[in-house]
Design a protein around this ligand. Structure first.
Ligand code: ADP
Length: 255
C-alpha cells in the first residue's frame, strides 16, 4: 500500500447495511470503507451475501437498513425511504462489471461501449466514440470495434465489459466475480487489465474467488460469511495470519 493510499480519504462508507429477501436475512449489518485509489477484495463462500453487498453499493439493490455515505455526493439512510433521485445519484458514481458481461448481442463493440455515455450521460456521440476507441485501444481491442459480441472470445467480451464500465467515467468500479464464468485460459487476460486499472489508481471493489489476485492487487481483503464481515485487513494478514476460525476454514478449503 502506498503512503498516499494509506492516507486517502474515504470515497464510500457503508454502515450497518442490512438486506433481506423474504425472511432470509442476507446482509446482517455490514460495514465497509473504500478509500480513494484503493482496491478492496471481497471474498467468502457462495451465498454469503457478497453480490448483494456489491449491488447495494450502487443502488441496484435497496438495503432495508443502514447508511451509505458517498464523498461529495448523497448520504443514503435506508431506515427511511430513499428518494429515487438520490438512488440515481448514487448509481451515477459507480459502474459495475458483471460475471456475465451483459453486452447487447445485436450491437457492435463500439456501440456497446458508447451506449451508456450517449444515452444516459448525454455525452456527444463523437466524443463518446473517441473516448471509447481510446479505451478499447488500451485493452488491445480497438480492431474489434465493429465486431459483435458473439465474434469475440469470453475474455475479449469481458474486457469490453470493463471498457464499457470505464467509459462511464465512474468514481468507483465494482466487479462481481468478473472471471468466474470464463474458461481458465481466459482468466489471466481479464485479471491483467484489472491489475493495470488498480495500478492506475482506480478505486475498486472486487468480489472474487481469485485469491491470488486478491493477494497481489488488493489493499484490503474483506472476508464475508452468512451476511456479516467476519474479518478484514491487508491481504498479508488475512491470508497468512487470519484471526478468525471461519476465515481459516474457508482458506483451508479453497487454497
Ligand atoms: P454471494 O455473492 O456471496 O454468493 P449473494 O449475495 O449472491 O451471495 O446471495 C446471498 C443469498 O441471497 C443467497 O442465498 C441468494 O440465494 C439470496 N438472494 C440473492 N438475491 C436474491 C433475490 N433477488 N431474491 C431472493 N434471494 C436472493
Amino acid at each position: 500500500m502506498s503512503e498516499q493510499a494509506a492516507g486517502a480519504a474515504p470515497l464510500l462508507a457503508a454502515h450497518g447495511i442490512r438486506k433481506s429477501f423474504g425472511d432470509h436475512e442476507v446482509l446482517r449489518g455490514v460495514d465497509l470503507t473504500v478509500r480513494r485509489g484503493r482496491v478492496v477484495a471481497v471474498i467468502g463462500p457462495s451465498g454469503s451475501g457478497k453480490t448483494t453487498l456489491l449491488r447495494s453499493l450502487n443502488g441496484l439493490e435497496t438495503p432495508d437498513g443502514g447508511r451509505l455515505d458517498l464523498d461529495g455526493g448523497p448520504a443514503l439512510d435506508f431506515s427511511r425511504p430513499v428518494p429515487k433521485a438520490t438512488r440515481l445519484a448514487l448509481r451515477d458514481r459507480s459502474a459495475m462489471v458483471f460475471q456475465h458481461h451483459n453486452l447487447f448481442p445485436h450491437r457492435t463493440v463500439l456501440q456497446n461501449v458508447t451506449e451508456g455515455p450517449v444515452q444516459v450521460r448525454r455525452v456527444p456521440r463523437r466524443q463518446a466514440d473517441e473516448r471509447a476507441l481510446a479505451l478499447l485501444e488500451r485493452v488491445g481491442l480497438a480492431e474489434k470495434r465493429d465486431a459483435y459480441p458473439r465474434e469475440l472470445s469470453g475474455g475479449q467480451q469481458q474486457r469490453v465489459g470493463i471498457v464499457r464500465a470505464l467509459a462511464l467515467q465512474p468514481d468507483l468500479l465494482l466487479f462481481d466475480e468478473p472471471t468466474s464464468a470464463l474458461d481458465p485460459e481466459l482468466v489471466g487476460e481479464v485479471l491483467t487489465v484489472m491489475k493495470e486499472l488498480a495500478e492506475e489508481g482506480w478505486t475498486m471493489v472486487v468480489v472474487t474467488h481469485e485469491l491470488q489476485f486478491a493477494r497481489e492487487v488488493a489493499d484490503e481483503v474483506l472476508f464475508m460469511d452468512r451476511g456479516v464481515v467476519v474479518e478484514q485487513g491487508p491481504p498479508r494478514q488475512v491470508f497468512t495470519a487470519p484471526r478468525e476460525e471461519r476465515t481459516k476454514r474457508f482458506l483451508h478449503r479453497i487454497l
